[in-house]
Design a protein around this ligand. Structure first.
Ligand code: MN
Length: 164
């Protein structure tokens, strides 16, 4: 009797899990861009238009403290969205987790970055990063040695610069 009841509960739980998974899958299929379907981290907070052009969502993942002196998080850029020009006093590492985007160091060609790419932005080098015009992009950012500073913001990236 007991055995049977346990087996029945297990079956119900199994069925529920399959159902929940199906619902989640269906929801993912219905909603938005491919970048959203591949999302690893929560979407986070809408980035300030003071620092970004277009819709950008930022989620903090690594809180700065005296042990690691490091900041990390995820940024989701909608197609066409990008950061302002900026620099990092101790540099920055980007790990692209989905989509296709751009990274440009001032005075150099804009480079295409895509899922799986790792980009190192050297200290105090003016640059910007963001989605491409046709695809959203998610990247993780890591800012080391935060005791030297985090970011110095500059002007927005114009449409001409973005598409150049
Ligand atoms: Mn940067």
């Amino acid at each position: 009797m007991m055995k049977k009841r346990i087996r029945k509960s297990a079956t119900i739980i199994g069925t529920l899990m399959i159902l929940l998974h199906s619902v989640d899958y269906a929801h993912g299929q219905e909603s938005g861009t491919s970048a959203e379907n591949e999302a690893i981290f929560p979407k986070g907070e809408l980035g300030s238009e003071q620092f970004f052009t277009g819709n950008v969502w930022v989620t903090g993942l690594i809180e700065n403290d005296d042990v690691y002196n490091m900041l990390g998080g995820n940024v989701e850029f909608e197609a066409g969205a990008r950061s302002n020009w900026h620099s990092h006093p101790a540099g920055q590492i980007l790990i692209v987790t989905s989509g296709i985007g751009y990274h440009q160091i001032e005075g150099e060609e804009k480079e295409i970055i895509k899922k799986g790419d790792v980009v190192q932005c050297p200290p105090n080098v003016n640059h910007w990063h963001g989605a491409s015009e046709d695809s959203g992009m998610n990247h993780i950012y890591l800012i080391p040695n935060t005791e030297k500073g985090i970011v110095n913001w500059g002007d927005p990236v114009t449409d001409e610069e973005f598409l150049n």
